[in-house]
Design a protein around this ligand. Structure first.
Ligand SMILES: NC(=O)c1ccc[n+]([C@@H]2O[C@H](COP(=O)([O-])OP(=O)(O)OC[C@H]3O[C@@H](n4cnc5c(N)ncnc54)[C@H](O)[C@@H]3O)[C@@H](O)[C@H]2O)c1
Length: 449
């Protein structure tokens, strides 16, 4: 099929490359000429494991452009995968979605096109996009149907999640549109494509369930899923705070409850809490949407508040251990909001660095892949950028593990401890082995402790 993807960010680029890999002809459109130039040169503007390799494999079926005029006319399906950053009053800012919809309508040259909202957009956005398309359309020989196809990929494992998803959700009121999307996703639903060697199909992986719904249900599924995951993390963090006071070990508690199949082990690691571009924005949007219906969302609101408090707790922990923060050198290991991505949106490290600087600390930072993005996006933060984790530790009064990158787990911890002025380590992710760190000479603290 002929597919156009508008927006080549974490979602759009992954979707475009995967759809091309499984056999479709895909045009990726972005308004940022620098991104398009990089992609044309075979380079990815974002860090995502194996994305560049898959781009190379799918390259014959991929085109990159900044022009709606080139991207829209031939497309049977156009995905809108632009950003929906936080806007006013908790609602996302939909200006990029609006401009994408207008671009589609203005450059449509007739025939039937399915316009798919892949961006996370509030309830009712499908109808709203349809009305923008109709308003901006000046011809009479074309027809649009709007569908919703929420995205569930996780940065860091985006290709795995796109090629081997738990489910595909499509929502819409037009049967032809839903049929088109079914045909589009068929290679993934039936798993008929050859798995890339570096991304083998999981053992016993069968057909992927397709959940076909009306528009509003698909839109709500996305928000409800993200809010549930967010509150699972906040729940374990709340239990963690109690565990700390009562002398229980939260790692054992997580394991003990997570092995109950009704609960599950994932999203039950206590620590600094969630970050990233989705959970904060999407929970805020859910609360804002509910309020339009005169509803409160006390559970979702509480999950947000617990998450906010976790970031304060890191600073409190450092204060409790060091007594005075002013003039201390604190090293942050990890900047990205999670491992295997360079995404810094809503990353806890940024918040923590800012809070420590406000308290008069000197803050040294390192991340295996996000340093370049960090320098570009946060030139205002007066931190010391370090090329290695060892450099962060050298002469520091404390280290905080903010992002649990594999390379931090494998550090030569005894030599790291020796290089510090004060060998205190606060494990913000409960990811390191306390006994090993203690043997290495560290005063090991975690969150919760
Ligand atoms: N990142 C994730 O993990 C994730 C997961 C699920 C859903 N989502 C949702 O998917 C959407 C996209 O997220 P993302 O992280 O990929 O965003 P992103 O910021 O990485 O990418 C958005 C891209 O859209 C481009 N763009 C903006 N306006 C445009 C326009 N009018 N025409 C063409 N291109 C335009 C931007 O230049 C940018 O490259 C959001 O709604 C987000 O909530 C994201």
């Amino acid at each position: 099929m002929q597919v156009t993807i508008i927006g080549t960010g974490y979602v759009g680029l992954t979707t475009g490359i995967c759809l091309a890999y499984v056999g479709h002809n895909v045009t990726c459109l972005d308004t940022d000429p620098a991104k398009i130039a990089m992609l044309e040169a075979g380079k990815c503007p974002i860090y995502e494991p194996h994305l560049e390799e898959l781009l190379a494999e799918a390259r014959p079926r991929l085109r990159f452009t900044t022009s709606y005029e080139q991207a829209v006319p031939a497309a049977q399906v156009v995905f809108v995968a632009v950003g929906t950053p936080p806007g006013e009053g908790g609602n996302p800012d939909l200006k990029y979605v609006r401009s994408a919809a207008e671009g589609i309508a203005k450059h449509h040259t007739g025939g039937f096109t399915v316009v798919v909202n892949k961006s996370t957009v509030p309830l009712g956005s499908g109808n709203w996009v349809h009305s923008i398309l109709l308003d901006a359309y000046t011809r009479t020989d074309g027809k649009f149907a709007v569908a919703s196809n929420p995205e569930f990929l996780r940065e860091g494992t985006a290709l795995h999640d796109s090629l081997y998803p738990d489910r595909v959700v499509v929502g819409g009121d037009d049967p032809q549109a839903l049929e088109t999307l079914y045909t589009l996703y068929r290679p993934i639903l039936d798993q008929t494509f050859e798995a890339p060697v570096y991304l083998p199909r999981p053992e016993d992986f069968g057909a992927v369930p397709l959940v076909s719904t009306d528009l509003a249900s698909a839109e709500l599924i996305k928000y409800a899923a993200n809010a549930f995951l967010a509150l699972k993390i906040s729940y374990i963090n709340e239990i963690g705070t109690l565990a700390e006071k009562a002398g229980a070990d939260i790692r054992q508690v997580s394991k003990g409850i997570g092995l109950d199949a009704r609960i599950g082990t994932r999203f039950l690691q206590a620590g600094i809490g969630w970050g990233g571009s989705c959970f904060g924005k999407d929970t805020a949007a859910l609360v804002a949407t509910a309020s339009e219906y005169g509803l409160d969302m006390p559970i979702v609101k509480a999950a947000r508040e617990v998450n906010r408090m976790q970031r304060e707790r890191i600073v409190e922990r450092l204060l409790a251990e060091l007594k005075i923060l002013k003039g201390r050198t604190i090293g942050l290991l990890g900047l990205a909001f999670k491992p295997n991505t360079d995404d810094l949106r809503e990353a806890p490290a940024i918040d923590i660095a800012r809070k420590l600087i406000e308290r008069g600390c000197r803050v040294k930072v390192h991340d295996p892949v996000a340093m370049e993005r960090y320098a570009k996006e946060h030139p205002d933060l007066a931190t010391v950028a370090c090329a290695t984790p060892e450099e962060v530790a050298n002469g520091a009064d404390a280290l905080v593990l903010v992002t649990e990158w594999q390379e931090y787990r494998e550090l030569d911890w005894p030599s790291v401890a020796t290089s510090m002025r004060n060998a205190l380590l606060v494990d913000g992710r409960n990811a390191l082995d306390k006994a090993r760190l203690t043997r290495a000479g560290f005063q090991y603290r975690s969150l919760p402790g």
